[in-house]
Design a protein around this ligand. Structure first.
Ligand code: NDP
Length: 771
């Protein structure tokens, strides 16, 4: 081919990255062992698994297959290491994290090539995106370790953390897990995905190279049924952090329920990519490429649903098809390749089956004219048009390079379509009208919204889902709270109807429950709420969802007003506490005073628990907005019948949630006395709903209810377990006390940021700027 021919056709020549150093590195270490207590240890099974290069289908390495016994030794090593690592000063931990970041940079090319060989993703991505982000994550968390004492006062490390990561961003997911855990003083046992262990093993070498104390990081390769399950269930693991499929996330929720383990889940998605008719279509096309063909679409937040305003749909499809025709797919180590291989034959088969289903269901399929390599596991970029919103391919996560397009006419329709999914991980909004984009972004139920950009990640900004995309955040300051607990709290010294939709209603059961004082005397009756009452209350709470969009100032005013109305009836409320609990009058007066003060606290916080603005390395800003979670079920404690009840309701509604409260089962009358207080304080109907009755039954119903977004439970330990297990259905946020009592009078136990954080979730809105 002459220079002139090349100039005419602009054809790419091959530009392969050398793999000899990486292959030699693998060969020298075959077979790979387990990394426990800073040593390479043979698996107790003495068996090994093959790791395959997806671009060739040929074996690449043998990695150890750990067993439950190996999990036991790794957890023991981590526990032992925690004894000193947990109390190592933040500055010292910061130096180790900094050393890891430097070492990642020094071995960047080896890591990038290993990742491409093992996963099949293009070297362009591993070299320019995955590995630089890994280093950035360790740098940023070196900073958080340094600042922990001043920025998270009163918080302590959890202990041993079990971490399970997927194959789509092997080293990046490791960094997202290990960096915050170590920064906050925890030790870890990490299981990489079976298909992609090699960069985690290189990372183990880095741990040795920088002299991290033995046992702080342990890496166990192997199978989910052996290592994964044993880690999740291990009694000496204090927290499980998981990224992967929603089904496995759900099983982990069930397995850890009631164990007292903290849990964060980053699960699947079906993210909308919304294009309004005033968007710059050429930028949109490049955005689409990054949204769905990045990493062959094997990205939890891939923009897999293209929602286009009707009048520009055909023009945009034509541009996308032209761009697809020019995408380059092939050897992942070729520097000019856009798309590499699919991770495994099983994943390839799943994609093929879902695509066949799309065709069967009547959608129009379009693929470029060129053919994929026949060796290895490849799938071409694919566009489906004429898709019904209810079609399988519009609802199910395909996790491959398949874009599903639908149209809308109005912004309202775009939002409805965007939210028509059980997931809520991310969204992109494309419009040259910033007013429109900033109006739409908060109305999409997703943890991250990118405006005129997509698939942006940075350690400064948290990432995580709404709904069945999981809970908890990775990155940002909010991600740190996943790895800490409040440090030891001071020791503890010691027939009304239901209220639904702003009205007092009789219980559906037609039964009443007797309320006795501690001496066993009958002091009143309350309605016996049942499943139907809970359903009505949830409906009322949803109907009051406008509460979330009232101004924080307005919510503050109402909370102040409730406090004022309570103080007018202070004596009466104190007498009711005495009647139910047989405490002294002075103690009861103290409880009422503390309740009024608590209402003031949350009135104060209503407009002050604000978001923040991050400055990731891009021209633009990220708006981290704290949003209410939605409808929250509250099982209130038995102690302090008035204060315990208000301590849960007030933060939740201050942040814009609506609630269904189950007041103290033993002493419900203080809560039922509040009906009139709420009615006279301008609290809109349905914001607070109260159902009296047996907590066991009612909290189970609330936890199973798919339209309840979060459940808090303060009661016996068995109740905590039931709530966590039952909540796995729609992955609702749970906050339970695992049977530990709180001193609600003490402000360290009974109020503050912990309550506000449980009432909110962070949405990150990425806003690049500049012409
Ligand atoms: P999984 O959720 O099965 O695997 C993710 C990780 O969890 C792996 O390390 C896996 O181990 C481990 N694991 C699996 N089952 C258990 C268990 N019961 N207990 C503890 N650990 C477990 O994802 P797959 O790899 O099977 O992919 C299937 C689908 O999941 C994809 O098609 C995609 O839809 C989705 N997915 C989503 C991801 C995301 O980022 N949200 C990432 C990856 C997949 P092992 O590798 O040994 O099986």
């Amino acid at each position: 081919m002459s220079v002139m021919d090349i100039f005419e056709t602009m054809e790419y020549g091959p530009a392969p990255e050398a793999d000899s150093t990486a292959l030699a590195w693998i060969k020298d270490r075959q077979p790979f062992q387990l990394f426990i207590n800073n040593s390479w240890v043979k698996p107790s099974s003495d068996s090994y698994l093959a790791s395959v290069n997806p671009a060739t289908g040929k074996p690449l390495a043998q990695v150890a297959s750990a067993t439950k016994a190996d999990v036991d030794s790794a957890v023991a090593a981590a526990r032992n290491a925690f004894a000193s690592w947990g109390s190592t000063p933040g500055h010292v931990r910061a130096r180790y994290l900094y050393a890891i970041a430097r070492q990642v940079q020094k071995h960047a090319r080896l890591l990038a090539v290993l990742e491409s060989l093992d996963n099949g993703k293009s070297i362009r991505e591993t070299r320019d995106i995955d590995i630089p982000l890994v280093a950035r994550h360790f740098y940023a968390h070196a900073g958080w370790a340094q600042l922990m004492a001043t920025e998270l006062p009163g918080y302590a490390a959890l202990g041993v953390v079990g971490q399970i990561i997927p194959w789509n961003f092997p080293l990046l997911m490791l960094a997202w897990k290990i960096a915050p855990a170590l920064a906050m003083g925890n030790t870890v046992v990490l299981k990489p995905a079976r298909y992609t262990s090699l960069t985690a093993l290189k990372f183990a070498e880095i741990v040795q190279e920088i002299g991290l104390p033995a046992g702080v990081v342990n890496i166990l390769t192997g199978e989910a049924s052996q290592v994964g399950e044993a880690l999740v269930r291990h009694p000496d693991v204090n927290k499980v952090a998981f990224t992967g499929s929603t089904d496995v996330g759900r099983s982990i929720r069930r397995a850890t329920a009631g164990s007292g383990k903290k849990l964060s889940l980053e699960l699947g998605g079906k993210s909308p990519f919304i294009v309004f008719d005033d968007a710059d279509l050429d930028s949109v096309v490049e955005g689409v490429v990054d949204a769905i063909w990045f990493n062959q679409g094997q990205v939890c937040c891939a923009g897999s649903r293209l929602l286009v305003q009707e009048d520009i749909a055909e023009a945009l499809y034509a541009k996308i098809r032209a761009r697809m025709e020019r995408l380059r797919l092939g050897n992942p180590l070729d520097k000019a390749v856009d798309m590499g291989a699919i991770v495994s034959p099983a994943q390839l088969q799943d994609i093929q089956q879902l695509v066949a289903r799309g065709v069967e269901e009547g959608a129009e399929l379009w693929q470029p004219s060129w053919a994929c390599p026949t060796e290895g596991y490849f799938f071409p970029p694919t566009l489906f048009t004429n898709v019904s919103p209810a079609a399988t391919i519009a609802q199910v996560e395909i996790f491959g390079p398949v874009l599903v397009a639908m149209t809308f006419r109005t912004p309202g329709e775009a939002i409805a379509l965007a939210n028509n999914t059980r997931y809520g991980l991310a969204a992109s909004v494309w419009s040259d009208n910033i007013n429109l984009a900033l109006d739409v972004a908060p109305r999409i139920k997703a943890g991250t919204v990118w405006i005129n950009c997509t698939n942006q990640f940075d350690a400064s900004s948290g990432f995580g889902g709404y709904r069945e995309s999981g809970f908890g955040r990775e990155g940002g300051k909010e991600g740190l709270y996943e790895y800490v607990r409040p440090a030891a709290l001071p020791a503890i010294d010691r027939t009304p109807k239901l209220f639904i939709g702003g009205k007092q209603v009789r219980p559906d059961s037609g039964y009443s429950l007797a309320v006795h004082n501690p001496a066993g005397q009958l002091i009143g009756e309350v309605g016996e709420g049942n499943r139907k009452d809970i359903r009505n209350a949830v409906e009322a709470a949803h109907a009051a969802s406008g509460w979330a969009s009232t101004t924080p100032h307005n919510r503050a005013q109402i909370l102040f007003y409730i406090a004022e109305n309570l103080s007018v009836r202070e004596q009466e409320f104190a007498a009711r506490v005495v009647q139910q609990t047989a405490c002294t009058h002075a103690q009861a007066a103290n409880e009422v005073q503390a309740t009024i003060s608590r209402l003031f606290t949350y009135a104060a916080w209503a407009d002050k628990f604000e978001g923040s603005i991050h400055r990731p390395p891009l021209r633009g800003v990220v708006l981290a907005m704290k949003e209410p979670i939605g409808v929250i079920g509250l099982a209130c404690p038995d102690e302090y019948p008035l204060l315990g009840f208000i301590s849960l309701i007030a933060p939740a509604i201050a942040m814009g949630n609506t609630v269904i409260a189950l007041p103290s089962q033993r002493s419900p009358l203080s809560a039922t006395d509040c009906y009139q207080i709420f009615e006279t304080s301008d609290l809109p109907s349905g914001v607070v709903n109260i159902v009296t009755g047996p907590h066991d039954i009612l909290s189970q119903v609330l936890s199973e209810h798919d339209d309840v977004d979060a459940m808090w439970y303060f009661g016996p330990v068995q109740g905590s377990q039931r709530v966590e297990a039952a909540s796995a259905g729609n992955m609702k946020h749970t906050w339970v006390n695992d049977g530990s009592p709180r001193d609600w009078l003490n402000t360290l136990h009974g109020e503050g940021e912990e309550f506000l954080r449980a009432s909110t979730q962070v949405k990150n809105i990425w806003v690049p700027y500049g012409e």
